[in-house]
Design a protein. Structure first.
Length: 317
């Protein structure tokens, strides 16, 4: 008798997702197509009891139906370490509650579950700071609390992007040019007058034409197409959540080089599904928490990226 693999997902409320765009749903549909047993949890369903990770989980059924895409069963208390695979797909912010969640999931990992992405990696790989491990792939970047250093960076590069280390979806991203009288206010706001670290990067003008491209890595290998997020005429942010338009394109040689530089290390650290943000051939962020872009690329190029991820998970299991 063959035992079906079990897969649990920790995510934001499934009733509130955007059916046409949600990458987590694409993963779940791919697992359902293999007849895997699915379980659903939110953060508040997790607990740690005498060192054992538990979840108040509900059996999950998903469907490719834009009106009714899921059904949940009654809650059951499960030892998370007995589940074959757990998808950690809770969106940022990466706050202390996210860190506590990663501890619980790490106990599940130690008890035998494959957690995607690995909890320790989620804690260690801040999506903006972790670019420092690959400086050869990045444009000039400064992470500091010092507002004078930020001002000097702006003066040296003429035009920069400034943003917080904990943001997502294009929130609180500023583009500044030398001489901008708002620069000091931006630096004060981002650093809370020197009390918090923030990041500034050289502005990459290619974003206006070719956009901010999301290159997806599955177990270290790139999907052959990238999703270029093109800013609107009245905005500078290449984020779909901020109104950018998603346009797929084949990977170019530079994309493949970046993936080869970064992908193997991430795969070795247990990061099976990662999104590289690439502007003008430079990586600006390494997204490990809950990268998106699956549905758009699947639709534009006839792909099934969720199935590629399930293949990788099966290999790891």
């Amino acid at each position: 008798m063959t035992v079906r693999p079990s897969l649990a997902v920790v995510m934001d409320p499934i009733a509130d997702i955007k059916y046409a765009k949600d990458s987590t749903l694409a993963m779940l549909l791919a697992a359902a197509a293999r007849n895997w047993d699915l379980w659903y949890l939110e953060q508040h369903d997790l607990s740690l009891r005498d060192g054992v990770a538990w979840g108040r989980a509900r059996a999950l059924t998903v469907r490719a139906d834009p009106v009714s895409w899921f059904t949940l069963g009654e809650p059951q208390d499960l030892r998370l370490g007995e589940i074959n695979c757990i998808l950690m797909r809770k969106d940022p912010p990466f706050d202390t509650e996210y860190i506590y969640t990663s501890y619980i999931l790490e106990r599940a990992e130690l008890a035998g579950a494959l957690v995607v992405n690995r909890p320790r990696g989620l804690r260690d790989m801040n999506e903006k700071v972790y670019t420092a491990w690959f400086p050869q792939c990045c444009a000039p970047t400064l992470i500091t609390r010092d507002m004078a250093d930020m001002a000097a960076f702006l003066a040296g590069h003429g035009k920069i992007v400034a943003k917080p280390l904990h943001g997502m979806g294009g929130r609180s991203i500023f583009v500044l040019e030398a001489g901008d009288k708002n620069a000091n206010v931006v630096f004060e706001t981002l650093t809370d007058y020197g009390q918090r670290f923030a990041i500034v990067q050289r502005y990459l003008p290619e974003i206006a034409e070719t956009g901010d491209s999301r290159v997806l890595l599955v177990d270290g290998e790139p999907i052959p197409y990238a999703l270029a997020r093109i800013p609107g005429a009245s905005d500078h942010r290449g984020n779909l959540a901020a109104g950018a338009k998603g346009q797929g394109r084949p990977l170019n040689d530079r994309d493949r080089w970046l993936a080869a530089e970064i992908g193997p290390k991430l795969a070795a650290e247990g990061m099976l599904f990662v999104g590289l943000d690439v502007i003008g051939g430079f990586v600006t962020e390494i997204n490990v928490t809950s990268p998106t872009g699956i549905r758009e690329l699947d639709k534009q190029f006839g792909l099934n990226i969720g199935a590629v991820l399930m293949d990788a998970i099966e290999r790891r299991l």
